[in-house]
Ligand binder design. Sequence first.
Ligand SMILES: [Ca+2]
Length: 549
Amino acid sequence: MKKYYYHNCSQIKMIYKNIAQIFICLTFIFCLSQGNAQGKPENKQPNIIFIMADDLGYSDIGCYGGEISTPSLDKMAEEGVRFPNTFNAGMCVISRSALLTGTWWPRAGYGAQNGENIAQKLKKEGYRTGLIGKWHLDGKPNDKGFDYFFGFLGGFSSYTRGGKDYRVNNTKFNDFGDDFYSTDAFSEQAIQFVKSSSQTNKHPFFLYLSYQSPHNPLQASKEDIMKYRGSYLKGWQSIRERRIKKQKQIGIINDDVLLPDYPMNLPEWDSLTEAQKDLEDLRMSVYAAMVERMDTGIGKLLKTLKTTGQDQNTLIVFLSDNGTDSFSVMDSVLLKRGLLPGDEGSNYQLGTGWAYASVSPLRLYKISQHSGGVRTGAIVRWPAGVANSNSIRKENLNLVDFMPTFLELAQSSKHVVTNQNLAGQSLVPLLKGETWQRQSPMYFQFMDNRAIRTNKWSLIEVDGNGWELYNVEKDPLETQDLSDKYKSRLAHLEAKWLDWWKTESGNESYQAESTSTSPHYKAQGDRGSGEPYIPSAMPDRLKGKYAIN
Ligand SMILES: [Ca+2]
């Protein structure tokens, strides 16, 4: 890999950036001292809990339009702020790299090999650090700044049986009892971590709670699944319409927003056979049960913060690492083995139909750099520090912003943040209810999907099919392609993207790995170039297993 180089005017920019940062920090310190005078706890370094869901779609939780029961997250949104224009990297590994390192993933490396991560930096500021759940990056968490680790090292695992890559710190963990369900185990571990931190009470803590839910395999208890069973026979079009209607009521999107067309590679619900509808209803019921279970755990964690007296000065962030998984590649094999969604030993994914509903009102899905792949509904709650609770802020945020935010909060009592060579911007002014605007574009790349987003324009490519250009001020859901109309604008943004790619990756040119020939992924284009989705049918012999009452 080539050595990184930097723009010529970067030193000048850096001076301005440092002055701006110093000003922001001085303002913040002043505000903290005011809080202190009123006897509030703002002068203490806040505890930080970063909750990351895995492959959760944009509209699945109630406060973003979903019908799935998520009272804890909805309450967190009421007591905090929603950021509906938060962007991730569209895929597990690279999103986690960007979050933990605060740099664009080609700089951090696939798996975050390069640079110091947020846990390592917060440890230096006196934080006790814990990772609970999925790691999916290079190395071992305990060697990467985490004092405590419980979870698994890879990308996914059985919810009920665990796996060989489970660890408690560096020790193999095998104690999966009959009742093991990983989402519950992670919630319980998080509660214990918070309790033990309150007992010593010497250090603030940083907890990265990395749920696997609702990533495949789609597995949940039968009791939880049956709460939803039958409710998805309405179909994916109806669920999407209901979610969009609710999003307009909440204020996530405007009433007059342009909506994307129906995907050309997805059959309409009414064209499905009864057996297909039956299996698809079960698939979504399991997924909903998984999301609800995670919400229940988050509710218990929030309650623990109250009982241990840490509720006010704990900053909690919730979001998803990427959009919904639109594939389900093992259906036929699993059905031959007599396994249904929900079953122990099965490995179903959500499939394109429910992914279409799950990403409402967005386009496309996980791995795509269109908004259905990279936009997530974030929630931030911090009673001692967040202004304007139950509000919605529509600025463009990115995973790379959390590192400078957390560092600013951790360092504020000692010294101002100096140049960290980070890609993002501190969100502290935004959290305090002040004016905030993104200063530089957001960049995206995974395989032959890529994008650059400014505050006004989106330039996006899916599956190597050529650029699409959108004016997001007028068309925030990226529906009307203007690439033929504004050719010089396109060329300007393309040049910026290529410059970014060369700088960040160290490569001299851009040569993309093809999604269409990948053994793991398929072409996703929703305007005719994507692989058609063929829903699986419930076999007669398995009908009774999760029979709709
Ligand atoms: Ca993921």
